[in-house]
Ligand binder design. Structure first.
Ligand SMILES: O=C(O)CCC(=O)C(=O)O
Ligand SMILES: [Fe+2]
Length: 266
């Protein structure tokens, strides 16, 4: 089995839990980026499934290190992906999420966007909304949203990879030119139960340290985000739902302690 070393610390993981993405700047070799640019748009099984792509991108140490940190030692490596190629000017794309966002707080899939060329502000950058990955939303409504406070255009250098929590809100921003813009998308999946086996300094699990709330959240949504972050963190650290509830400072254990029905006799 390929031995991929984790690279993230507790703080890195806490950041990812809150933001729902991590950007690795220009981590793919420039010669390999050039090679990927010749691929035609659409399904990219041949390219993503090739041994070269495995070595240069999928298990490249910085990319693999993040995936290994978040998904454990034996994650599922993609054999295929999709090449989102845009050659014409476009107004953009509606905001959407690819997955079933707003449900659960587990991290079982990481979706990656790889850019084999520089993407400038006028090249139709992917836009993401940091922190949106857990928010339940009606997709029909979402598709009508325009510019959102806190949105982040992925204006990037060639070889950059964004690793996102599946479900993050995203779209394509306006493209004002005829330059080819490539984004190759692929996903990794979890096999192992989570167990806080990234880079740690001690065995004791720290409590989740609050991250700033998103600029677009009101008090009540910030509260919900924070509660979800705490549960995601606890889950990633291998705590059971019961243990996580016991840690939850907003719902004291005396309110949530329970007994399974099948252990009760009366
Ligand atoms: O090409 C991009 O930047 C994003 C495309 C996308 O989100 C999609 O096709 O689902
Ligand atoms: Fe999408």
């Amino acid at each position: 089995m390929a031995n991929i070393k984790p690279t993230m610390t507790d703080d890195d993981v806490m950041d990812f839990v809150a933001r729902g993405y991590i950007l690795l700047d220009a981590v793919v070799d420039s010669e390999f980026n050039k090679l990927c640019l010749n691929t035609k748009g659409g399904p990219a099984k041949k390219l993503v499934g090739s041994p070269e792509f495995l070595r240069e991108v999928l298990l490249q140490p910085e990319i693999g290190g993040v995936i290994r940190s978040l998904l454990g030692p034996n994650f599922l490596v993609p054999n295929g992906g999709h090449h989102h190629l845009i050659e014409q000017p476009v107004v953009g794309m509606d905001w959407h999420s690819d997955g079933i966002s707003g449900q659960g707080f587990e991290i079982n899939e990481l979706q990656c966007y790889y850019y084999p060329q520089d993407v400038g502000p006028e090249d139709g950058p992917t836009m993401i909304l940091p922190g949106s990955h857990c928010r339940a939303v009606n997709r029909d409504a979402l598709a009508h949203y325009g510019n959102l406070m806190g949105q982040l255009p992925l204006v990037v250098k060639a070889g950059t990879v964004a690793i996102t929590r599946y479900g993050i809100w995203h779209c394509v921003g306006p493209k004002l030119n005829y330059t080819r813009r490539s984004m190759i998308k692929f996903s990794y999946f979890r096999c192992d139960k989570p167990s806080r086996d990234w880079v740690t300094e001690s065995d004791s699990i720290p409590e989740y340290r609050d991250r700033p709330s998103c600029p677009y959240t009101s008090g009540v949504e910030s509260y919900r985000d924070l509660r979800r972050r705490i549960h995601t963190w606890n889950w990633l650290c291998g705590l059971t739902q019961e243990e996580s509830m016991a840690y939850d400072r907003w719902r004291p254990a005396y309110e949530t302690e329970t007994t399974p029905l099948n252990s009760i006799t009366f």
